[in-house]
Every structure is written in structure tokens, then in C-alpha cells.
Design a protein around this ligand. Structure first.
Ligand code: SAH
Length: 346
């Protein structure tokens, strides 16, 4: 195809301004093109009507505009929408729109596949193929915002990085995408409406704190006992709970932002009293709340959602110590759009 041409959306605004300066045009032209590329979502240089024809040709000769394409859109009976998104090199990721009475949330992917190996997650089976670029993350959000307006008559209100991939293993690109999502020239969304969910990479949690990010942090905990956690999330061997605790304390000291722990209760894995006690202890380290997530089966055996009674034991023990617990029901199960099901079928 266009082997030698560069993806113009990989350039920052300053780099675009410089490009125009270097060809003897006005730096300001860079701002105009930037606006076309990001807030106006132009797919072709010909769309850029306030740019002269000669300049558009010059851009055409030097650059391409890579865009994602929604290959397939599936709608669940509960209003959830799943997009299979084709990237410029043919790889596919998935993103999901989750409507509730009060908000519309986009669940976006940060990697093709995943570098981690959580035993209960369908994405882990794909292994990591590559990181998504900032524009590929941004475009997923734009596509979902469009669908939200079209099918639910309201703009997107929240974003969660809970799709495919481990966002902290693609930190720079995720941050750049969030910059564009929150920028005035981008989508102008408040960072408070964005949540990054991580399996817990201590070094990167500290880096986020140092970078003074303004979005929210969720950690997929699932067990506060090293032995158990390592058996279901093997990377816990490399990043044990003590390191995670220390990183989260650092995060809270710097950001004063409460952490959400995501937690699934499985039959015979983490449904004992000692599992609950360990979680309560872990919750004492930094201000937090717990989201108990419903398990979405990805195969036929090893992992089974615990009984209602076991889950109630968690809820009453946590609440009696003053910890806030939310029970999160799955959405979009009929189209394999629920947590951990992404890439089950493609
Ligand atoms: N890598 C990041 C984000 C992607 S996973 C992370 O680990 O947080 C998003 C959430 O879905 C995580 O809380 C994860 O633990 C959860 N999840 C994974 N597989 C699941 C499954 N089969 N059922 C329910 N939730 C699952």
C-alpha cells in the first residue's frame, strides 16, 4: 500500500506545526490540520476544506490517515453494543458500549491480545500481538460516542479501560490517547469520567502517581492472598501483593484518589473466610471500594461463580467493617461482550 508514507495521526500538534514551518507555510496550518484530524475526525485530506488544494496534495504525497473501521457491530437485548474493530494492519480488537439509566460507558481495548495470563480471561488466550496506537484507542471512543448518540440519544459519559489488554503495559500510548480524549481539540471529556483498570503493575502505578494523572484507578485484585492470586493471575509471582500494596499507598499519598478493587468470587478458589479476612486487611491500606463482578464463564469448568451465599458472606463482612461494596451485574452476555469474554469467538 502506502509503505513510505507516514501516519499523520502519529504526529503531535507541535510536530505538525513544525512540518508546515519547514515547508515555508504558517505554523498555524498545523493547528488547522490537527483539528481536522482529531475533533472533526477527517478520514481524507480532501475533507479539509479550509486548506488549499496544493497543500492538501502535498499532505497526500507525504502522509496517510490511518483509521479504525468498525467491521461488525452486535447489539445485545440489554442495549449493550459490541464493536469488532479492524485496525489498519488487519488485526481486530473489540470495544463495548454499556448503557445504564444514568450513563453510557465505553469499554475500550489498549492492546491486541494481552501480555498477562489471567487464567479466567478469554483475552489472555490470544497472547499479546501488539500495542494499540493512541489514535486507535481514541477512534474506539469516537465510534462508541457516535453509536451512543445514534442508539441511545445521548453522548458517551464515561470510559473504562477494561477491554482487551493491560493498559499499563502500553502506558505511553494510553496516556496520549487520554490526553486527546480530554483535550479541547479532542473530545473534551473530563478525566474524572475515565477509569483505567489494571491487573496491578506496581512500577507503573507509581509512575502514574508521579505523572499526576487525573483519571481514576481500578485494580483487578480477585484475591488478597499471594498463593491464591498467583494461581489465577500468574504474573502475581513477579508483582506480589506487598509490592502492589506499596505502590497503591504511593498512589494514594500523591493523588488522594480512592481506588476501586475489582473482585470475582469463585467456588472453591476464594470463597473461604480467610479469603474475606485477607481482603478486609488489604482494604485497610488505602481508601477504596470493592466492585464484586459477576463471573462470565469462558470455558466449561475450572472457574465457577461462587454461590449467592458465599457472595453474601463477602458483602456482609465488608459492609460490617464500613467498606463500600457494589455488586456489578454482567451486561451484554448474549453477544460475548461481558468482562473477560472479549475475543472469545473471533
Ligand atoms: N488488564 C486489565 C483490564 C482488562 S480486564 C485488568 O486486568 O484490569 C477488565 C476486568 O475484567 C478485570 O477486572 C478482569 O479481572 C475482569 N475479567 C476478566 N475475565 C473475566 C471473566 N471471565 N468474567 C468476569 N470478569 C472478568
Amino acid at each position: 500500500m502506502t509503505g513510505k508514507k507516514k501516519d499523520i495521526r502519529a504526529l503531535t500538534k507541535d510536530q505538525l506545526r513544525l512540518f508546515f514551518e519547514e515547508i515555508g507555510d504558517k505554523a498555524f496550518r498545523g493547528n488547522q490540520v490537527y483539528e481536522w484530524l482529531w475533533s472533526k475526525g477527517a478520514h481524507s485530506f480532501d475533507d479539509m476544506t479550509n486548506i488549499s488544494k496544493t497543500t492538501r496534495q502535498l499532505l497526500e504525497d507525504n502522509f496517510v490517515i490511518n483509521h479504525i473501521r468498525v467491521d461488525q457491530m452486535q447489539r445485545s437485548t440489554d442495549g449493550t453494543i459490541k464493536n469488532a474493530v479492524r485496525l489498519h494492519d488487519g488485526l481486530i480488537v473489540e470495544s463495548v458500549l454499556i448503557p445504564t439509566a444514568t450513563r453510557t460507558t465505553a469499554c475500550v481495548s489498549s492492546q491486541v491480545g494481552c501480555s498477562l495470563d489471567c487464567k479466567f480471561c478469554a483475552t489472555a488466550r490470544l497472547k499479546r500481538m501488539r500495542n494499540l496506537n493512541p489514535d486507535e484507542i481514541y477512534d474506539q471512543v469516537v465510534a462508541i460516542d457516535r453509536e451512543s448518540r445514534l442508539y441511545h440519544n445521548r453522548p458517551l459519559s464515561n470510559i473504562v479501560f477494561m477491554g482487551m489488554g493491560e493498559p499499563l503495559m502500553n502506558y505511553n500510548n494510553v496516556l496520549e490517547a487520554i490526553d486527546k480524549i480530554t483535550a479541547k481539540e479532542g473530545l473534551g471529556m473530563s478525566p474524572k469520567r475515565i477509569t483505567l483498570s489494571t491487573s496491578g503493575v506496581p512500577k507503573m502505578i507509581k509512575k502514574m502517581a508521579d505523572d499526576q494523572v487525573k483519571f481514576k484507578l481500578a485494580v483487578s485484585l480477585h484475591s488478597a492472598i499471594d498463593e491464591v492470586r498467583t494461581s489465577i493471575m500468574p504474573f502475581n509471582e513477579t508483582f506480589p501483593l506487598l509490592d502492589l500494596k506499596e505502590a497503591l499507598e504511593y498512589w494514594y499519598a500523591k493523588t488522594k484518589s480512592r481506588i476501586t478493587y475489582e473482585y470475582i468470587v469463585w467456588d472453591g478458589i476464594n470463597d473461604r473466610k480467610e479469603d474475606i479476612d485477607a481482603l478486609i486487611r488489604f482494604c485497610s491500606y488505602v481508601p477504596c471500594k470493592i466492585n464484586l463482578i459477576e463471573y462470565n464463564p469462558i470455558d466449561d469448568g475450572e472457574f465457577q461463580q461462587a454461590s449467592g451465599k458465599a457472595i453474601n458472606n463477602y458483602i456482609s463482612a465488608l459492609e460490617s467493617t464500613g467498606i463500600v461494596v457494589n455488586v456489578r451485574r454482567s451486561r451484554g452476555k448474549d453477544i460475548d461482550a461481558a468482562c473477560g469474554q472479549l475475543a472469545n469467538k473471533s
